[in-house]
Design a protein around this ligand. Structure first.
Ligand SMILES: Cc1cc2nc3c(=O)[nH]c(=O)nc-3n(C[C@H](O)[C@H](O)[C@H](O)COP(=O)(O)O)c2cc1C
Length: 359
């Protein structure tokens, strides 16, 4: 990895840890949905189970630390703390982009987490446009070199467009994904956005290429447009970053519309603005199989290391369990059937997304 890329990675971590990088308008819209209280749940708190299945493996709770980092010493330390925390709680962990490894194999150490997480589901990561250059064999080697269970292919058109040095040619993306699914196997590929969301219409195209798992990474959490706006000194970039800082599809209605449009054939991770166990519970009730979180993990790690990461994770899982008890749901299948009160903005987004998918 060139010195420039390393500096950019650590600069990204600094900016995300300290600056306002979240897309608050309209937000993820979890606040525009409510679960209905059950005053008489007929079971004990000890009976609540959040066990679930993800990519053919069992998790103790439906939570993934989504892709954040790797490639530097600081990234490696953070990844190992995430891995140990995922292992303790029986969760899944996603790595940041492994582009660094493709250029410099010695960077592999910061992505090699099997020793710290022998049982956790580990998902590697590469950008679609880098995968296009590397070809399926190169991408497969990246996944196998670190003993990952699957590989996430990330889509980040908005970020590339805001970066002056970013990619501008987005042709042939679906064909690249189709080739990767063929080379690695459909159970090994997760396609994810990076904060602008995936619509049901796009998900249908992904499904036609053989994709069976998606991380929505919708609007309402980390905005890479805002991050690039902070990073740049150029007034033109700052103007565009301010204009498009809230661009994308809010995570909550995207989760509901994706589940309705695609049925049970698609595994859905909902990341983008999940900030509490209640958000996580709502994501599951809306149709996601798992919730994902990135920025809160980075901020916890930066403020108090692994102990703070542990406390964040316990609080997310405790909030989920409380929400399950308070809605009278013993397990995640019951939570998925729990009725919801939908607000106006949520309803309008969901209707529009479904209409677009139908047309
Ligand atoms: C510091 C940081 C680095 C990230 N790096 C990557 C990456 O390398 N690859 C990727 O697919 N997503 C990356 N993401 C996006 C996250 O995986 C996630 O989808 C997104 O941030 C939304 O979740 P959040 O609102 O909880 O942050 C990154 C996010 C953060 C905060």
């Amino acid at each position: 990895m060139s010195l420039k890329t390393i500096q950019r990675k650590d600069h990204h971590l600094d900016l995300c840890a300290r600056e306002d990088v979240e897309a608050r308008q309209p937000g993820a819209l979890f606040d525009d949905v409510s679960l209905i209280h059950e005053a008489l749940p007929d079971f004990s708190a000890a009976d609540v189970s959040a066990d679930c299945c993800f990519l053919g493996r069992r998790l103790r709770a439906p939570l993934m630390f989504t892709a954040i980092t790797g490639g530097t010493e600081r990234g490696g330390e953070f990844n190992r703390a995430l891995a140990r925390t995922a292992e303790r709680h029986g969760l899944a962990i996603g790595l940041g982009s492994q582009r660094a490894m493709a250029e410099h194999p010695e960077a592999a150490a910061s992505f090699s987490l099997r020793q710290d997480a022998p049982h956790a589901v580990i998902v590697g990561n590469i950008g679609l446009w880098q995968a296009r250059t590397m070809g399926p064999d190169g991408v497969k080697r990246l996944m196998e070199a670190i003993g990952a269970d699957a590989l996430a292919i990330h889509l980040n058109v908005a970020q590339e467009l805001i970066q002056p040095e970013g990619d501008r040619d987005f042709s042939g993306g679906l064909k690249v994904i189709e080739a990767l699914v063929r080379a690695l196997g459909e159970e090994k590929i997760l396609v994810k956005e990076t904060g602008c969301g995936i619509s049901p219409a796009t998900a249908r195209r992904l499904a036609s290429a053989g994709v069976r798992a998606i991380d929505i990474s919708g609007t309402g959490g980390t905005s890479w447009v805002k991050v690039e706006g902070h990073r740049s000194e150029a007034s033109g970039t700052k103007r565009m970053a301010s204009l498009f800082g809230g661009w994308g599809i809010p995570t909550a209605p995207a989760a509901a519309a994706l589940r309705e449009a695609l049925g049970s054939q698609m595994t859905l991770v909902a990341s983008g603005g999940i900030r509490s166990g209640l958000d996580l519970a709502k994501a599951i009730a809306l149709g996601a199989d798992l919730g994902g979180t990135a920025l809160p993990c980075l901020r916890a790690w930066e403020s108090g290391g692994e102990e703070a990461l542990e406390s964040l994770t316990s609080s997310l899982l405790e909030g989920l369990r409380l929400a399950m008890l308070l809605t009278g749901c013993r397990n995640l299948s019951e939570l998925r059937r729990a009725p919801l009160v939908e607000g106006e903005a949520f309803g309008r987004w969901k209707t529009a997304l479904l209409k677009q998918a139908a047309g």
